[in-house]
Write a protein that binds this ligand. Structure first.
Ligand code: ASP
Length: 171
């Protein structure tokens, strides 16, 4: 049976917003710790040779534990005014659920949030896998807000991060 008969995948432009989080962290030698740096997203997309059109834009460069309510409103405003319908947001995992909750007021867009438990710069990172899953998901899902982590698609209202296990789960 041909997949084409059942699934209609549209070719569209994907808008990526980066907000920070561990996915973008870099080792900062002078302070002996990790800080949010430039996103590697564009390099990753080039390296894996994607053949869809996309744009990347940075909104914030913060650990998501430090994102304020005002900054979440800025993220909401930027996503709401975006002309493209298919949106992937890379975000820190600790408060991804809160940002997803706020974005639920945006109509008619497919919004997927993802991030990683280890910086994209680490060889063992889950970043590339999660970005790949998010790209596939945003092309197939109906309008709404989703979290794509740990190889699963979660509905934004029914997910939490299990901090002890370092993974997302249903609620
Ligand atoms: N504290 C980080 C954040 O939420 C954790 C992560 O991204 O996994 O920004």
């Amino acid at each position: 049976m041909s997949l084409r008969k059942n699934v209609r995948v549209q070719i569209m432009k994907i808008k990526f917003f980066t907000v920070g989080g561990t996915i973008d962290k870099v080792y900062f030698d002078r302070k002996n710790n990790y800080q949010v740096g430039d996103s590697r997203l564009h390099e990753i997309l080039k390296e894996v040779n994607v053949v869809f059109e996309y744009e990347c834009e940075s909104i914030l460069r913060k650990d998501s534990l430090d994102i304020t309510d005002e900054e979440r409103q800025i993220i909401l405003g930027r996503v709401a005014e975006e002309k493209h319908r298919h949106i992937v947001i890379t975000h820190g995992t600790d408060t991804m659920v809160q940002t997803a909750e706020i974005l639920r007021s945006v109509p008619d867009k497919v919004i997927v949030l993802t991030g990683s438990m280890e910086p994209a710069r680490f060889r063992s990172s889950d970043a590339e896998f999660n970005i790949g899953c998010a790209i596939a998901a945003v092309q197939l899902l109906p309008p709404g807000v989703y979290i794509v982590m740990n190889g699963r698609i979660f509905d934004s209202g029914r997910v939490r991060k299990n901090v002890e296990l370092g993974q997302f789960e249903d609620i």
